[in-house]
Design a protein. Structure first.
Length: 665
C-alpha cells in the first residue's frame, strides 16, 4: 500500500486552524475571523486525501473499501462519542424545543447531511446558532459528501482523460464562481453547502497532483512563500468578522495562504515550518479533530447553563476543559480505532460504522418525534416552555399564506355589524383572546383583522399584499356601522428593525436603503393623514402602543431559569430602554391625541411595567410573551382590563349615533 510521508508541519498547521476556530467561538478578542480555520482544514484535507489517492492510483493499489474503512476509523469514533454525550447532557439541560432540535441535528449528522439542515435554519453567525451543540459538524458533512464523490471522480478522470488536471481546475473554478454568486444571493447556501465549498478542497487536491509541487526553487522563494502564507492567515483571522461576505472571494485569502504554506514547507525547511513542527504545535495538531468536536458543545452547554453569560475566568476554564476532553477522546477513542488496535476486517469496520450511524440516527429521530421529551421538565418549567406557541386562537385572525384575509368577529353574536374594528399586524392578532373576553364581558362584538408584517397605515406598505390588505381594511373602517378604529402594530419594527440587526421590515428611502429618519418622517406624515381621514368620517381612533421588546425569547429564558432552579421575578426589559426605543412613536401618538380628544392612546407599559423599573415577562407562573415581542396566552388576563375603555366608549357610540368632530378639529 502506497503511504504518504508524514509531515510534522501539516499537523502544526492543523493546530493553527483549530486554535483560531476555538478562540473565535469562545469570543476571544483578536480572532473575529477565526472561522477561516475551517477553510484551512478543507485545504489540508483535500491535499492529504488526494495525495494518498494519487499514490495509490499510480501504484495500482486503490480500493474504495479500504479508503472508506480509513475514513470511518478516522472520523466516526470521536464523532459518535460527542453526539451521544450531547444527547445525555441535553436530557438534563435543554428545553424541549432545543432538545428536539438536537435530535434532528443528530439524525442529519448520522447521514452526513447536517450542513443541509443548518443551511435551512438560522445563519452560522446568528444568535440562535449559539444554541445548537452540533452546529460545527456542518464542516464534517461537507468533507464526507465530497469524499463520497471525489475518489470515483478522480479515478474516472485519471483513467479516461489525458489532461485530467485541467478538468479538476475547471471544477474548482465553477465551484468558486458559484460561491461568489451565492455570497450575494444566498449567503447561507454559500456558507454551508458543498457546491460552494468544494473549490477549497479541490485547491488542496490540485496541489497534491500538480507537478509544480515537486519543482525546485531557490530557498528564498520557499521562505517568502511561507511567510506570505502565514501573513494571509493572520490577516484573515484578524480582519474578517461576522459581517464579511464569506466565503466567495474573501475565502481566497486563507485558501491561498494555506496552499503557500503546504507547498513551501513540503519542499524546504522554512522558518515558519520549523515553528509549525515544534512539539507543542504537532501535539495540538494531533488532537485537533477531537478538540474541534468537543469545544463547541462545551461552549454551548456552558452558555446554556450560565444564562447570563460567561466570565473571563469561566471561558478560560472551558477552554482547558475542551482540551482535556479532546486529549481523552483522542487517546482512548480516536487513536486506538484509527490505528487498527481493535482488530477487524475492512468489511466489519464498515458494517459496524453503518450500524452505529443507524443507531445514533434512530436515537436522534426518537428525540425529535418525542418533541424533546417534555416530561423531563418540572410542571412549572413545562408551563413556561409551552408558552412559546399561541394556543388561544390568535392565528385565526391572521391572513393565511394565500392572502385570504379573515375578519374575525369576537364576543357575543349580534344582528348588527360590530362598531369596533381592530386593524393591524401580528401584534393586533395577539390581542385577540383578550379582546374576545372583554367583548363578552361588555356585551359588545368587535371585528379583528391582521396581517403579519403589514403596518396598518396606507402609503407605507412595502409589499403588494400589504397594500391590498390595508385597502380592504380602510374600506371596512369606512363602513357605516363602524364607530371606533383601533390601530395596533409593532410600530418600531418598521422604523428601526427588529433590534437584532434585521431591517427587512424597515421603511426604505427612495434609494432603497433602510433609513431611520426617513421612516420616522413617513410614519408621521402618513399616520397623521390616516387619522385625519378617519376623524373626518367621525370615527374614534385608538392608537395601541406596542409590547416592550424583550432582549430574549421569554418562554425560552423562563424555561431555562426554571430548569436551573433560578428565580424569575425580576426578569424583563428595563422600562427606560423601552421608553427610549418608543420615544418618537410615543411623541407622535401624544401629538395626535392632544390635537383631538377622540384620538386615544392605549399603552400596555402601564400594566406590564407597573413598578416603574422593569417590563416583566412573567406573572403568576405564566409567561406573558410567546417570543421576545408578541404577547402570549398568559398575558390575556392582563390585557383584558387594558382594553376595557374601548368597549365603554363603543357602547356610548352605539347608543348615540356617529361620533361628531369636536372643536379641536
Amino acid at each position: 500500500m502506497a503511504v504518504l510521508a508524514y509531515r510534522r508541519d501539516i499537523d502544526g498547521l492543523r493546530a493553527v486552524a483549530v486554535a483560531i476556530v476555538v478562540l473565535f467561538h469562545f469570543g476571544i478578542a483578536g480572532f473575529s475571523g477565526g472561522f477561516v480555520g475551517v477553510d484551512i482544514f478543507f485545504v489540508i484535507s483535500g491535499f492529504l486525501i488526494t495525495s494518498i489517492l494519487w499514490r495509490q492510483h499510480q501504484a495500482g493499489q486503490f480500493s474504495f473499501l479500504e479508503f472508506w474503512t480509513r475514513r470511518a476509523r478516522r472520523i466516526l469514533p470521536a464523532l459518535f462519542l460527542v453526539m451521544v454525550v450531547c444527547m445525555v447532557v441535553g436530557w438534563f439541560l435543554l428545553t424541549p424545543h432545543d432538545y428536539s432540535d438536537l435530535g434532528r441535528s443528530v439524525r442529519y449528522q448520522a447521514m452526513f447531511a447536517s450542513n443541509i439542515l443548518f443551511q435551512r435554519q438560522d445563519g452560522y453567525f446568528d444568535t440562535a446558532s449559539d444554541l445548537k451543540p452540533l452546529l460545527h459538524t456542518w464542516s464534517l458533512a461537507v468533507e464526507e459528501q465530497f469524499y463520497i464523490v471525489f475518489p470515483l471522480l478522480l479515478g474516472l478522470l485519471i483513467r479516461y482523460l489525458r489532461r485530467w488536471r485541467l478538468y479538476l481546475l475547471g471544477l474548482l473554478l465553477v465551484s468558486l464562481a458559484l460561491s461568489v454568486w451565492a455570497v450575494r444571493h444566498d449567503p447561507s447556501a454559500a456558507f454551508f453547502l458543498l457546491p460552494m465549498r468544494a473549490w477549497e478542497l479541490l485547491a488542496g487536491a490540485l496541489l497534491a497532483v500538480t507537478p509544480i509541487a515537486a519543482s525546485r526553487q531557490a530557498p528564498w522563494v520557499y521562505q517568502l512563500a511561507s511567510l506570505a502564507g502565514l501573513a494571509m492567515l493572520v490577516a484573515a483571522t484578524v480582519l474578517y468578522d461576522a459581517h464579511t461576505p464569506f466565503p466567495g472571494v474573501a475565502a481566497l485569502l486563507p485558501v491561498v495562504g494555506t496552499l503557500a504554506l503546504i507547498w513551501a514547507n513540503g519542499a524546504h525547511a522554512t522558518w515558519v515550518g520549523r515553528v509549525l513542527s515544534t512539539r507543542l504545535m504537532v501535539g495540538t495538531g494531533l488532537i485537533s479533530y477531537s478538540w474541534y468536536l468537543w469545544h463547541w458543545p462545551v461552549h454551548v452547554f456552558a452558555s446554556y447553563a450560565a444564562v447570563d453569560g460567561l466570565s473571563a475566568s469561566q471561558v478560560a476554564g472551558l477552554l482547558v476543559l475542551s482540551l482535556v476532553l479532546a486529549y481523552a477522546s483522542w487517546r482512548w477513542f480516536e487513536r486506538p480505532l484509527r490505528q487498527g488496535r481493535v482488530s477487524a476486517s475492512a468489511r466489519q469496520v464498515l458494517a459496524c460504522a453503518l450500524g452505529l450511524m443507524v443507531l445514533v440516527g434512530v436515537a436522534g429521530q426518537a428525540l425529535r418525534q418525542a418533541d424533546g421529551v417534555p416530561s423531563r421538565l418540572s410542571p412549572q418549567a413545562l408551563r413556561y416552555a409551552q408558552a412559546r406557541e399561541w394556543n388561544a386562537g390568535q392565528r385565526d385572525c391572521l391572513s393565511d399564506r394565500k392572502g385570504q384575509q379573515p375578519v374575525c368577529t369576537l364576543g357575543p353574536a349580534s344582528p348588527t355589524s360590530p362598531a369596533l374594528l381592530v386593524w393591524g399586524d401580528s401584534h393586533a392578532a395577539g390581542l385577540g383572546p383578550a379582546l374576545a373576553l372583554a367583548a363578552k364581558d361588555h356585551g359588545t362584538p368587535v371585528s379583528l383583522a391582521a396581517r403579519a408584517g403589514c403596518i396598518p397605515v396606507p402609503g407605507l406598505e412595502g409589499k403588494r399584499a400589504c397594500r391590498d390588505f390595508n385597502g380592504k381594511m380602510l374600506a371596512l373602517a369606512q363602513a357605516p356601522a363602524v364607530h371606533d378604529v383601533i390601530l395596533a402594530a409593532r410600530w418600531s419594527l418598521y422604523l428601526y428593525g427588529d433590534g437584532l440587526g434585521d431591517t427587512t421590515y424597515m421603511l426604505h428611502n427612495p434609494q432603497g436603503r433602510a433609513d431611520r429618519s426617513y421612516a420616522e418622517q413617513q410614519l408621521a406624515t402618513q399616520l397623521t393623514a390616516l387619522v385625519a381621514r378617519l376623524r373626518e368620517q367621525h370615527r374614534r381612533v385608538w392608537l395601541v402602543e406596542e409590547a416592550p421588546l424583550q432582549k430574549q425569547r421569554a418562554p425560552y429564558r423562563l424555561t431555562r431559569l426554571a430548569m436551573l432552579g433560578r428565580p424569575v421575578a425580576n426578569e424583563g426589559l428595563p422600562l427606560a430602554e423601552h421608553r427610549r426605543r418608543q420615544a418618537f412613536i410615543s411623541q407622535l401618538f401624544g401629538q395626535l391625541a392632544a390635537a383631538d380628544s377622540n384620538v386615544r392612546i392605549i399603552d400596555p407599559a402601564a400594566l406590564f411595567c407597573g413598578d416603574g423599573q422593569t417590563c416583566r415577562i412573567e406573572a403568576d407562573g405564566q409567561s406573558l410573551y410567546m417570543d421576545d415581542n408578541h404577547y402570549g396566552d398568559g398575558a390575556t388576563v392582563y390585557l383584558q382590563p387594558m382594553l376595557a375603555p374601548l368597549f365603554e366608549h363603543a357602547g356610548a357610540a352605539m347608543g348615540n349615533g356617529p361620533i361628531q368632530a369636536n372643536s379641536a378639529e
